[in-house]
Design a binder for this molecule. Sequence first.
Ligand code: SAM
Length: 311
Amino acid sequence: MFSYRHAFHAGNHADVLKHLTLLPTLRHLMQKAAPLTLIDTHAGAGLYRLDSEAAHTSGEAARGVLALRAHIAQQDRPAAALADYLALIASFNPPGAQDWRIYPGSPFLMQRLMSAPERAAVHDRLRLFELHPTDSRALQANVAQLQAGRQISIEAADGFAGLPRLLPPPPGPGGSRRALALIDPSYEIKTDYARVASAIGQALRRFATGVYLVWHPIIPRPEAHGLPRRLKTLATQAGRGWLHVNLNTGSGKSDTGLAASGVFVINPPHTLEPQLRAALPAVLRALGRGPGQGWALETAPAPATRPTRAD
Ligand code: SAM
């Protein structure tokens, strides 16, 4: 069985980048009053304790979201996406708390946006997959507290296989079909890279207008290096636009572990690029650790003859 447990990594720089990309994407899609199917193929446990032994041992949140929070507290006018992200994390903690104890994972961030009063009549749905038995049980227990009923489903199953099964999503009352999928594996197994590309290929064939977000590590390994290139090819062949954002925190003297990661978005909303460009300089100032640090953002629009977005 896998040994990866997200509790050691929750709130780290990779979560910051991933959730900072996810939230403005969702906010944009949710401006339209038509239901969305949200899919999280690798959901994790849903909620994480920042005061747990796991979080203290790794210290990753301290160098991630907590460092960002401290940095932004000194700023008069943080970028809108950063302010929104931090406010959302704060809302899972007691009002005005000095120390954050909880970091919400992607299922809870998505659920929080789905349950906003203006979405209540829209009936968005959240479909979660988590294969690790312990995290899957934790996710079940955490989600049960929301009393969300059939709005949220959880399968203790393989998310790569689950994604195409859910596509195309069911139509809303007006007939439109809308979906966003987050694909966020741990890449513990080398074959995950190929499985991401295969799942995206199938997803685009079944539902080309879906919005797909893929998180990936940037590490010196051929499969990792090749994944963004494969995703660009798949998106381009399907005639879809894409956005690719990378964050490298660089390495401090005693740092070990992952320093850089990226998020690849197929069919990104047009508002995402300016929001990330406004936010990332401050993220890097807060999270940068030394040599190699930087961020990069690249986009390609969909060919003009096709609809460019699912929104
Ligand atoms: N998406 C979560 C978030 O942002 O809060 C974090 C997910 S974590 C990076 C990856 C999770 O995928 C782990 O909890 C791991 O147990 C789970 N996992 C690994 N392989 C899987 C698979 N094939 N299908 C579903 N879940 C899997």
